[in-house]
Design a protein around this ligand. Structure first.
Ligand code: XMP
Ligand code: MG
Length: 178
C-alpha cells in the first residue's frame, strides 16, 4: 500500500483469515451467553465499525445496533479527555447492552462510556473489544469478550486508524517509518 504521512505498513499481526475465524468464535460465544435474550449492541465510533459489521452478522440472537461517538485520541497519544460527537437514539433502560470497541488500551474510553451508559438503567452491560493491550491499562474495566491480546505496539487496520488512515485494511498491521 502507498505510504501515508511518512508511514508504511509493517508486519501483518493478524491476517484476514485469522480475524474471520476469531470473530466467528466470539459471535458463537455471545450468541450462547445471550440465548433467549435480546441484545442491544452499542458500537463506539469510529474504530469498531468493521468489527461491528462482521460480529453482528454472525450473531444468532435478536440484536439492535446503536452508536456512540467520542473522541479522545490525538494522533497516537491517548489524552484522557473526551468529547461526545454522536449520541445513542435507542433506549437501553432494562436492556442487555454489549459495548463494542476496537481496542482496550488504557481503558479510559471504556470506563467513560460504561459510566455514561450506567446512568440510563440497563439490565446489564458487558464489553467486547476486538483487541486488548492489557499491559497499557491504567483504569480497571471489565472486558468480557476479547478478540486478541496484543503487546504495546501501535497497530492499524480492521477499523483501527492512524489519523483516519488505514481503517479499510482487512488485516491488522504494524506501521513503520518510510
Ligand atoms: P483507551 O486508552 O481509552 O484508548 O483505552 C482506546 C482508544 O485508543 C485508540 N488506540 C489505538 N488505535 N491503534 C489504533 O489505531 C492502536 O494500536 C491503538 N491503541 C489505542 C483507539 O482509538 C481506542 O478506541
Ligand atoms: Mg477508537
Amino acid at each position: 500500500m502507498t505510504p501515508v504521512d511518512g508511514w508504511k505498513l509493517g508486519e501483518t499481526v493478524f491476517s484476514e483469515e485469522r480475524i474471520a475465524a476469531r470473530v466467528g468464535e466470539l459471535a458463537a460465544a455471545i450468541s450462547t451467553d445471550y440465548a433467549d435474550h435480546e441484545l442491544t449492541v452499542i458500537s463506539i465510533l469510529k474504530g469498531s465499525y468493521i468489527f461491528l459489521a462482521d460480529l453482528t452478522r454472525a450473531l444468532t440472537i435478536p440484536v439492535r445496533v446503536d452508536f456512540l461517538g467520542l473522541s479522545s485520541y490525538i494522533g497516537a497519544e491517548s489524552s484522557g479527555q473526551f468529547e461526545w460527537n454522536a449520541r445513542m437514539t435507542t433506549s437501553i433502560r432494562d436492556r442487555h447492552v454489549l459495548l463494542i470497541e476496537d481496542i482496550a488500551d488504557t481503558g479510559r474510553t471504556l470506563l467513560h462510556v460504561i459510566d455514561h451508559l450506567a446512568e440510563h438503567g440497563p439490565a446489564s452491560i458487558r464489553v467486547c473489544a476486538f483487541l486488548d493491550k492489557p499491559g497499557r491499562r491504567v483504569v480497571d474495566i471489565p472486558v468480557d469478550y476479547v478478540g486478541f491480546q496484543i503487546p504495546d505496539r501501535f497497530v492499524v487496520g480492521y477499523g483501527l486508524d492512524y489519523e483516519g488512515w488505514f481503517r479499510q485494511l482487512p488485516h491488522i498491521s504494524t506501521l513503520e517509518r518510510v
